[in-house]
Structure formats: structure tokens, C-alpha cells
Design a protein around this ligand. Sequence first.
Ligand SMILES: Cc1cc2nc3c(=O)[nH]c(=O)nc-3n(C[C@H](O)[C@H](O)[C@H](O)COP(=O)(O)OP(=O)(O)OC[C@H]3O[C@@H](n4cnc5c(N)ncnc54)[C@H](O)[C@@H]3O)c2cc1C
Length: 400
Amino acid sequence: MGAGTVGGWASYFARTSGAERVIVIDRGRVGDGASSRAAGMVRAQGGTPTAVALGRWSIDFYRRQADLLGTDSGFRELGYLILAATEDEERAGRERVAMQRGAGLDVRWVDPDEAVRLDPALRPSSIRGASYAATDGCIDPLRNVRAYSLAMQDTGVELREHCTFTGIETRPANSGQRVAAVLTEQGRIETERVILTGGPQLREVGAVIGVPIPAGAVRHQVAVTEPHEAFQAERRAMAFDLSGGLYWRLEDGGLLFGMSNPDETPGPARSIDWPYLDAMRRRLAHFLPVTDGLELRKVWAATIDYTPDHLPILGPAMKTDRSIIEGITVASAGGHGMMWGPAVARIAADLALEGATTVVDVSQLGLDRFDAQGHSRLKTDPIALPFPTVPQTAGGQTRR
Ligand SMILES: Cc1cc2nc3c(=O)[nH]c(=O)nc-3n(C[C@H](O)[C@H](O)[C@H](O)COP(=O)(O)OP(=O)(O)OC[C@H]3O[C@@H](n4cnc5c(N)ncnc54)[C@H](O)[C@@H]3O)c2cc1C
């Protein structure tokens, strides 16, 4: 369910792992959700060992795509600096590097001079240092939609566009009930296994079948500057201002940058918040003085998905009374669908087909980690956009 990057790649993995018939339904067209509107930042520099593993798996998949599929998602290795502006951020950053190295990632701490060698537009006095992984990079989100669409077609996955998910039929099973069919506006599809995705709409998708999913949705803005000689480079480190949630990378001779407003009321939002865009530009100019006064060539706003602890959701569908609907696997990349999407999709396909996966330990990643208010028992991944902390109720309303 859902033809975004998670549902798209999951259908390909399921089909190539032996599922006889795989159907993907989407209420719009393939890629219509967050997946075609993303900025494409991809990193294995996660804040937990699980996040590191999901990023490493996904980057490895992006690198192997051309051999596997004859096409790719446009992965470019640019390197990524996660900046520290304060003493506390530096201490946390150095500890993070130790954790990430323990998880097998080739990452190191760099001082401001080295950071400036990696990103010559950076104002050295704006930072105390940064963690740096040379193997992080970016994909081209539209090329990724194209890649999974071609992979689906090549492997015989059936795609049904303009086909809204309206419910399920169940039959009695050991633990209570098991899915027997998916109901759509175009009719009924008999099946024993469902992967439920939905990105920013996952909460609403779950509500259709009485499964509370505390996934959020909020406006996220991205812009690209006009070309400038400072950005005429083949390779240049991307950067993330962790405390502000602003990131940037090279794009078409200019600079792409993006950020969410953590004080914004959650819910779908596709219009541009121009005053906030100005704030983003001022923050960018603080780190990269050369961008001050640069014209913008492109600006967009789209609804991004997030989870309360910024970690993925991977596990069985669980109803309000905490009973399981067997055969339904819920999959969300928690706002990290470009950097974790392939790994999350691989895991979802493994869980749907085998009930287990070797990609990461998913025992803590299911819906049972959330209480009735949507609070997670896990520690929040500290390397994430500063999303709103206000819980969102079903239908996009905010509870204060
Ligand atoms: C502006 C922006 C920038 C981003 N930048 C990055 C980035 O740099 N790096 C990164 O890792 N992530 C980024 N993200 C997040 C990333 O795009 C998402 O995490 C990812 O695309 C989610 O993929 P998905 O397949 O779960 O959801 P989606 O791509 O949203 O797909 C879900 C699909 O479900 C369908 N659907 C919903 N409800 C129904 C229904 N009832 N019936 C049938 N179909 C339904 C929708 O039409 C949609 O096509 C960004 C997101 C945005 C918006």
C-alpha cells in the first residue's frame, strides 16, 4: 500500500524474494507523496547504531543499483559535515563519532580549518568542529522514483494508481485475526500479506483499519540558489547545522538548502511560508556568507513525515486494544526515506514474507513502543530535523 520510495522498493524486494504476485496501490500516482519532493540528503551518520546500520545498508544498495537494475537513484558521494556550534554540541558530536565508529562507519571529527577545506564557503568562526563521513552523499529523488518504478515494472509488480485504500477484511487466526483481503475504491484484492506505508499520511491510513500510528506530518521547505562560482565544484561536502535543522548541498551550480519550522502546527502544508524562508536564508548566510543576497532559482514546500522518536516504524499492525492484525506490516522511514528508505523497504519485505530480518534488530521498532499518547519508550535519535513536539491527533489536528 503506497507507491512511495518505501512501498515501491518493498514491492521490488518482495517480488525478487519469491512473492508470486505483488500489487502496489496508490491513491494518486507513483511518487506523488513525499518521495518526489525530497531534498535527497543521504547519510549513515545516524544518532543511534540502528540509524547508522539503516544508512549504511541503503548507501550500499544505492551503490549496487546500476549492476542490479541497470538504472540507479543518482547517488553521489559528496561527504557530509554535521556541524557543532557550541561546546555541548562538540562533546555530543565526539561521543557520537565514537558510537558510529563502533557501528562500523568510517567517520571522524574535524576541526574548523579542515571543515573549511571540505566546504570552502563555510565561515570558520561559525563552528567549533564537525563530524565528517566521506561516504555520505545525496540521491536525486525524481530519479529514485524512476528507478523503483522501472524495478517494479521489470520484476512484474502490478501498480494500481488512483486506487484508494479503504479497508481490510479479516479472518479468525491464532492471535485473534489475520488479513484476508484489502479493500479499495477499485474493488477487493484477496491477500494474506500487506505492507502498509503512507509517509505523511500513514496516521490516516492506519486509522482506516483502527490501527493508531503516531506518525506526524508537517511542512518542510527546500530552496535552490542561482548558480555561483563558489559552488562550481564536482565534489563538496554537504553540511547539517544540527541545532537549527538547516542543511545544504551542491545542486546545479548553486546551493540547495532545506529546513522545517519546529514551532509550526503539524499537519499537511504545501504552501510556502515566505517569512520562514527569509529566516532560513539568514541562517544560511550566517554559515555561508557568500549566499547573502543570492537569488533563488527554485523553492518548494511539501509535507514531510516524522515519528515521535525520529526512528522508523517497522512491525505488525496493532489495534487500540494492542491486539495484532496478523499479516500486516507497518513501514515508515520516519522522515528519512531517502537515507533509510531502501533498508526500511528491505526489512518490511522480509517481515512480510519471513517474519524476520537480518538487516537490523527490529524488536524495538514496532508500534508497541508507543503509549496511547504516542510517546515512545526509545530515546530520540539526536540527528534529525527539529520536528514539532506537539502530538498530532488523527486527521492532522493538533493536541496542545
Ligand atoms: C520537502 C521534503 C524534503 C525531504 N528531504 C529528505 C532528505 O533530504 N533525506 C531524507 O532521507 N528524507 C527526506 N524527506 C523525507 C522523505 O521524502 C520521506 O521520508 C519518504 O519519501 C517517505 O516515503 P514513503 O514511501 O513512506 O511515503 P510517500 O512517498 O509519501 O508515499 C506514500 C504514498 O502513499 C499514498 N497513500 C496515502 N494514503 C493512501 C490511501 N488511503 N490509499 C492509497 N494510497 C495512499 C500516497 O499517495 C503516497 O504516494 C523529505 C521530505 C520532504 C517533503
